[in-house]
Structure formats: structure tokens, C-alpha cells
Design a protein around this ligand. Structure first.
Ligand code: ADP
Length: 426
């Protein structure tokens, strides 16, 4: 306890307050920070002790959070009722209070003194406010030299209370954020586990359905051929979903590798054109492609993976374009990369959804009300396939006008390694 002759000068007081604000902005550790606030409160208001009480919404009472080290164990067991204590009054009224003669004040909650074998003579208490709401109280007790608490003391304690309130609020927000993050990670793991289990468990029975249905198709009478076709088509659709699931779970489990070989991306684009021509014609969509005549666009990459990426983009372009629309694929060489565009004049994507279309399970329209099938996985798979090559994929779109999807793939492993460095440091 500082004696009067050693009392701090105004400058020294400001220095101490400044130290607390510096600590506040440099640490997220609440306990040492609040302890520093209490110690500084004690020193600057020349009090015998100081403490912080926080409101506990479960009990509807105030609980000591920080106090003088030697009393903390005793204090932590005590709850202070709102209706018959100084701290409770300050908390409920949201106003500071000075009690000069505590011995004769009926509002004092005597249980604290009794439990700690302490003798409270005077109190200065101020509320800790967050957005105009009290979250707790700071109390300084027993002004030294039997003196009275002053308006200066009140101002100092209010400054410290504001600091403590910010620190507590930050810590609570951080805790909430960490909880939300943990929950998100848990849900993400559940999602990955579900995908892995579904892809594994569905594969065998689906193979059996397809095998037997194909076998029966040739044996049964023509009268049932159509029903058999429906069974086979539906099973094929399920097979595509299971394949998507297994592509994702392979990637999640780090089992997916880029198996490089030399192939022509120009030829791959031509193959896409052949593969999707029928679907486009059926929908009366004008479908074309554009690749250089004099350059096969050779790359060293995983043909199957680039095939999956490009097919998913083309399938979407046809799905989300109405009759009379156009879909085009274009591929060209740029230094170190091949660049591929898939363009359509379809329904487009609303601006606020463009940034999310590559997220897993994201669909612009709600799944149950939308006109088109799909699981919201195609683009996330395309992105994964491109990024495994250290390429980049993006989308530009305007609702009602159409969409452009573009990706670039490094031409070989050397270029991919260089791209990995650029894209991870960018
Ligand atoms: P899905 O299997 O549902 O098509 P994707 O991951 O391939 O899943 O696409 C996610 C969503 O992005 C789609 O449901 C659709 O809302 C939107 N989308 C994708 N491609 C296009 C496109 N070419 N035009 C308009 N919307 C698109």
C-alpha cells in the first residue's frame, strides 16, 4: 500500500493507465490482464484491496472473478446477491457509488467480510459496461489513511472498468468464435465421414444391381424392356453420385495423386464435344468448341482428372442453359499453361453466390425446390482436380445472361512446382 508521501503523481497515474491499455491491445489472455487491472486499481486509488465481480446469469448473482491474490480462494466461493449489496446496486443501476462509512451502511453485504475475516471501512464501486449493459462491477475498498474516495478515484476506476469490460467482452467473443470453429470442424468431419462411408457401402450393392439388371435386360420379354431401362438408368445415376463421393473422400484422405502422362488438351476438348453433343442437341442448344489448328496443346498431367473437371463444367453449362441457348468450349496455350473456357448463355448465377459455387454441396437454388438434379459436388470436384495440378479455376457470371468458367493448368510438373510457389505465397 503506498503511503500518502509516496502517492503517485498525475503523470505516474496516467503512465499506469497507459500500461494497462497497452497490455490490453497486446494480449488475449484474460486472467493476467484482469489481475493487472485490479492491482493498478488498488495502487492508483490507494486502496487496501480491489476486486472484479462478474454477473452470473445462471445464478442471477455476482461472483468474484479477480481479487487480491491472498483472498482469491475465499472470494471465489462467495456469490453476492444483487438486491442486498453495494456491488448489486451498482450493477443494477449502472452507476458508480462511493460509500464513506461502510461500518454503518445497511446496504453492505456483510457475508464477504465474515468469510474473509476482513473489515470493510469504505468502498468505491463502478459498473463494467458493454454496449450500455452492465456485465460486472469493479470495487476498491478501504481508502488508505482513513481518507475518503474522491471524484478523481472514481474517474480512474471507471477508466479501468472500461478497459476490463473490453477485455472480458473480447475474451467472450473469442471463446464463442472458437466454439463455433470447433463445431464447424466437427460438422465438416461428419460430412467427410458420411461421404466416405456412403461411397464405400453403396458401391457393392449398386454394382450388383447394375450387373444383374444388365444381365436380365437381355433375357426378359420386350414388354418389360422399358422398365428395365429405367432401372439401369437410375442405377447409372446413383453410380455417378457414388463416384463423386469416392473422388472426394479419396482427396480428403490424401489418397488422390496426380498421375502424369503426356496428352493433348485439344483432343480432350474434342472428346467432350463428342460426349455431350447428344445432350446438347436434345435440349436444342447450339454447342461448339474452339481449339488451335496448329497446336495440340500437349500437357503432362493426369488426363482422367482434367477430364472430370472439364466434363463437370460442360455438363453444368448444358444443364443450366435453356433451349435455344449456346454453350462453347475454348482451349488455348498461354506461357507455361493451357487455358480452358466453358461459356454458356444460360440462367447465370446471382452475384452473391458466384464466390460460393465451388463450395461442397453448394447449390444456388434450394435442393428440394430446384428444377435440376445434382448434389452440389461437381464444381468442388472440378476445383480439386485443377488445384491438384497447381492450376487455378474461377467463374464469372451474370444472372439471366450466362456464365463463364475458366481454368488454367500448368503444362508440366516443373511449371506446376513453380505455380505452387506463386499461388501459395500470393
Ligand atoms: P450440381 O451437381 O448441383 O450442379 P455443382 O457443384 O456442379 O453442383 O454446381 C453448384 C451450383 O452452381 C449448381 O447447383 C448451380 O446452382 C450453379 N451452377 C454451376 N454451373 C452453372 C452454370 N453454368 N450456370 C448457372 N449456374 C451454375
Amino acid at each position: 500500500m503506498p503511503n500518502r508521501p509516496n502517492a503517485l503523481t498525475r503523470n505516474q497515474q496516467l503512465e499506469r493507465l497507459l500500461e494497462i491499455s497497452r497490455t490490453l491491445s497486446s494480449t488475449l489472455e484474460l486472467a493476467p490482464l484482469l489481475q493487472a487491472v485490479v492491482d493498478t486499481a488498488c495502487e492508483l486509488t490507494e486502496s487496501e484491496a480491489a476486486s472484479i465481480l462478474l454477473y452470473d446469469s445462471n445464478s442471477g448473482q455476482l461472483r468474484f472473478e479477480v481479487g487480491p491474490g491472498y483472498q482469491l480462494e475465499g472470494l471465489s466461493k462467495i456469490s453476492v446477491p444483487l438486491e442486498s449489496s453495494i456491488a448489486g446496486w451498482v450493477f443494477t443501476h449502472g452507476r458508480p457509488l462511493i460509500v464513506a462509512d461502510a461500518a454503518n451502511d445497511p446496504r453492505i453485504y456483510r457475508a464477504v467480510d465474515r468469510a474473509l475475516n476482513f473489515d470493510t471501512r469504505s468502498i468505491l464501486a463502478v459498473p463494467m459496461m458493454v454496449k450500455r449493459e452492465a456485465i460486472g462491477v469493479i470495487e476498491a475498498v478501504n481508502k488508505s489513511e482513513q481518507d475518503h474516495y474522491t471524484e478523481d478515484d472514481r474517474a480512474i476506476l471507471e477508466t479501468l472498468a472500461a478497459h476490463a469490460a473490453v477485455a472480458i467482452e473480447n475474451a467472450r467473443l473469442l471463446e464463442k468464435l472458437q466454439e463455433a470453429n470447433t463445431e464447424l470442424r466437427r460438422l465438416d468431419t461428419m460430412k467427410s465421414d458420411f461421404i466416405a462411408i456412403a461411397s464405400h457401402e453403396l458401391r457393392t450393392p449398386l454394382g450388383l444391381i447394375l450387373g444383374h439388371a444388365t444381365f436380365l435386360k437381355d433375357l426378359i420379354s420386350k414388354d418389360y424392356a422399358e422398365q428395365m431401362e429405367v432401372i439401369i438408368r437410375s442405377a447409372m445415376r446413383l453410380k455417378t453420385i457414388v463416384e463423386d463421393f469416392s473422388t472426394i473422400s479419396h482427396k480428403d484422405e490424401g489418397m488422390s495423386r496426380v498421375r502424369r502422362s503426356r496428352f493433348s488438351l485439344g483432343k480432350l476438348v474434342e472428346d467432350m464435344n463428342t460426349r455431350f453433343r447428344e445432350a446438347a442437341v436434345e435440349k436444342k442448344i447450339e454447342f461448339g468448341f474452339d481449339v488451335p489448328d496448329d497446336d495440340p496443346l500437349m500437357i503432362e498431367g493426369d488426363r482422367d482428372k482434367v477430364d472430370v473437371a472439364l466434363a463437370n463444367l460442360v455438363r453444368n453449362a448444358i444443364t443450366f442453359t435453356d433451349s435455344g441457348g449456346q454453350v462453347g468450349i475454348k482451349a488455348e496455350g498461354i506461357p507455361g499453361y493451357v487455358r480452358v473456357f466453358v461459356v454458356d448463355t444460360g440462367i447465370g448465377i446471382p452475384t452473391d453466390s458466384v464466390g460460393r459455387v465451388f463450395d461442397r454441396f453448394f447449390q444456388v437454388e434450394a435442393h428440394l425446390t430446384r428444377r435440376h438434379g445434382g448434389m452440389g459436388l461437381g464444381l468442388s470436384i472440378a476445383k480439386a482436380m485443377v488445384e491438384m495440378h497447381h492450376g487455378q479455376i474461377w467463374c464469372e457470371s451474370k444472372e439471366g445472361t450466362g456464365s463463364l468458367f475458366c481454368f488454367i493448368i500448368p503444362v508440366d510438373e516443373k511449371q506446376a512446382t513453380a505455380a505452387a510457389r506463386v499461388f501459395t505465397t500470393a
